[in-house]
Ligand binder design. Sequence first.
Ligand SMILES: [Zn+2]
Length: 456
Amino acid sequence: MSDRETIEAEIKAFIEAAQDVSVEQAAERMGARGGLRRAGGSELVGPCLFCGGEDAFSINTAKNAWNCRKVGYGGRDGISLAAHIEGLPQNLDRREDFLAACGAALGEAVPDGAEESEEDRAARQKKRAAAQQKAQRDAKKREADSNRYREASRNRARERLEARRKVFDGFGFLQYLALRLGCAPDDLIAMDVLPPFAGTIPDEPYFHTRKNRKVAEKLGAWAAMALPVIDAGGATIGAHITWMDETGQKGRPSIPNPDKPHETLPTKKMMGSHKGALIPLLGFVSGPDGTIAPRAGCDRLVTGEGIENTLALALAEAGTALFARTLYAAAATLGNLTGKADPKSGFSHPTLKTPKGRPQRIAGPVPHPDFLHEAMPLPAGVTDVVQAGDGDSEAAMTLSAMMRGETRWRLLGAQSACTLWPQMPDGQGGFPGCGFDWCDVIGGAVAPATEEKETV
Ligand SMILES: [Zn+2]
């Protein structure tokens, strides 16, 4: 063999070896594996070593695939992954680029005689440095943009809260809550079950963005109940709005969806942020610097997804010794109440099927260890948590979520956590999927099964 032939044979073997490198091996070799964490199954997620970005980069060890959301592409071999981390172009058209990627995937030098020239290498490294700098600048800009957007939306929420009034001449939050809880407004006041931070916005417009339209249109205006959403430190970061209508079902207006006239739009909305936050209902007082803080001496938390369901339990406990040492707070969403599930604990629903006929997947009962703090916080001093179960949601999903919530509260430091399922005085119900919620129990009437499903 001539020298040239020897070199070509060597390079061929080198390329073949690189083609055998798996995505996981290449990630390991490039140091891109260490920062990744399991995101369920064989998926690993984390920052991209080239582009940065919190959860931008993922590899799937079973599928031998990788993906970077920052650049919007991925690949199914170790060479393409090594090329991306090295800052080489996606199409490895140039032989030098391709061999450099093979070398990076193998962790070996490119064989003599096939190496890129000094100039080529310098040019490639310069390009890589420039690309990295640009990626960092872009990431910073995106972060600044999203911070600005978040701050603007929090400010809008605070503005709406400014507009709320305690006293309202008409069907206000006091009348609405009394209707939902099946008692007289005066009783709510006498029993101290009126959330001190709630108020009525007299004429709150309802905006909705129709399908394929850019601008939201106003569908009407009603009086609305507004409550602050606070973070773990007690700062107001959002608002929870409930539009009200004395003549509507459950005291709320019926707003037909312009795109689907047979469906109605939600009459509860969140503004600003709500993830990792809570809606303070009872037991909270004004703290320093405009914050809202748990009242001293409260070591018990009663919480539920919805405001009304949680207040129904408060009404049942009003006047007792328990009531005096309890904080009542709503989570706004089930996910914010129970936290994210460990995907490994997910399971197939025993009977429900997807539209494609596959078993419905249910989020499991085990909390995701990486996201324990990305849901409702455990207020300082609380040792016992009681979750208000909602009996008119799907049984398997709700039960699994509430079990996950109980475990999460214990992992956050609570000594005990349990779920109370709505049960009628005659013993009816008391289990997930029983068909009614705590408002129905306290209000004394079982809701008809055809009633619209609540989402917030
Ligand atoms: Zn990337």
